[in-house]
Design a protein around this ligand. Structure first.
Ligand SMILES: Cc1ncc(C[n+]2csc(CCOP(=O)(O)OP(=O)(O)O)c2C)c(N)n1
Length: 337
């Protein structure tokens, strides 16, 4: 009896679910997204960026958790809130910053701006201004992979507002019917500009919409990069095995207004405070230190190096040339190189 009691008090050692290298990669990627966008806010308010700029602060665990679970060659399709998805998919910070400055060295040659980032080289398929516009594109990429017999997977990010759009239902129907290798990732940040999700959707639990297509739907804590990664790994394995699509609803929150032009006066300060306390970046930092996967100093070095990288991206963007006016119609058609 005594022995079994003693056995019971020995704390169970739960090994961390990630390696040190994976942990550092996830941390570095989230810090990259956050630092890049904090710099965007500075540049925007200094008048060095134009048009609408929608930031992703607070939602980083979703991009990082999903995209860092992909293989080279997989596809990512985003929305107008696209900078961080592009960064996680490997589009260089310099090329994105230059695009936001409207420069010829930008990833869309300065023609796209914030909402139309694109990089064929990195299989980053945009950047879309219309709500739900990327969903059929990502579905088409998945169809193309299946048709060509590759093992590529397509990951598609969109907001809760997009799940009330016809393109969502049509695309998921086809993806389920044809068992396409795709992961639909809803970033449910509770708001569509100033419209609360609960006031706009007859079914508020978005993951349940998967039932309509007979595909798996999961509710995931989108403020926890490890929870997102776990769900993404399962869904990606299913897609690669030819078993079809998955719908992931990641609950998350944007820490800033809808765009940098939004004074963000509609959301309750208490709600904002509550979600800020769940910031995914310090949450992962605590996990890494507690599990002895990294020291505080190592994490600080990542933050410092990232700051340097982003400052370099701004300098690059600033020093880059404007697109020449006499080439204004270049790249309008696909054959223009
Ligand atoms: C088809 C379409 N309708 C309306 C708009 C105007 N609009 C821009 S952003 C937005 C809110 C979308 O919210 P959500 O999909 O939840 O994404 P979030 O901004 O929260 O990331 C709306 C209605 C649009 N861009 N496209």
């Amino acid at each position: 009896m005594v022995l079994s009691q003693e056995v019971n008090v020995i704390p169970k050692v739960v090994p961390p679910e990630i390696t040190r290298a994976q942990g550092l990669e996830l941390y570095q990627d989230m810090v990259l997204g956050r630092t890049f966008e904090d710099m965007c806010a500075q540049m925007y308010y200094q008048g060095r960026m134009f048009g609408f700029v929608h930031l992703y602060n607070g939602q980083e665990a979703v991009a990082t958790g999903c995209i860092k679970a992909l293989k080279a060659g997989d596809y990512v399709t985003s929305t107008y809130r696209d900078h961080v998805h592009a960064l996680s998919q490997g589009v260089p910070a310099r090329a994105i910053m230059a695009e936001l400055f409207g420069k010829a060295t930008g990833c869309s040659k300065g023609r796209g701006g914030s909402m139309h980032l694109f990089s064929a080289e990195h299989n980053f398929l945009g950047g879309y201004a219309f709500v739900a516009e990327g969903i059929p594109v990502a579905t088409g990429a998945a169809y193309s992979a299946k048709y060509r017999g590759t093992d590529q997977v397509s990951v598609n990010f969109f907001g809760d507002g997009a799940t009330n759009n016809g393109a969502f239902f049509e695309s998921l129907n086809m993806a389920a019917l044809w068992k396409l290798p795709i992961l639909y990732v809803v970033e449910n940040n509770l708001w569509s500009i100033g419209m609360q999700h609960a006031r706009a959707s007859s079914v508020t639990e978005i993951y349940k919409k998967a039932l309509a297509f007979d595909i798996p739907g999961y509710l995931v804590d989108g403020m926890d990069v490890l929870a997102v990664r776990r769900a993404a790994v399962t869904a990606i394995e299913r897609a690669r095995a030819g078993e079809g699509p998955t719908l992931l609803e990641c609950t998350t929150y944007r820490f800033r207004g809808h765009s940098l032009a939004d004074p963000d006066e509609l959301r309750d300060p208490a709600e904002k405070d509550l979600w800020r306390k769940q910031d995914p970046i310090p949450k992962l930092a605590r996990y890494l230190v507690e599990h002895q996967l990294a020291t505080q100093d190592e994490l600080q070095t990542i933050e410092d190096d990232t700051q340097t990288l982003i400052e370099d991206a701004v300098q690059f963007a600033q020093d880059s040339p404007e697109p020449p006016v006499d080439e204004i119609t270049r790249y309008v058609h696909a054959e223009d190189e």
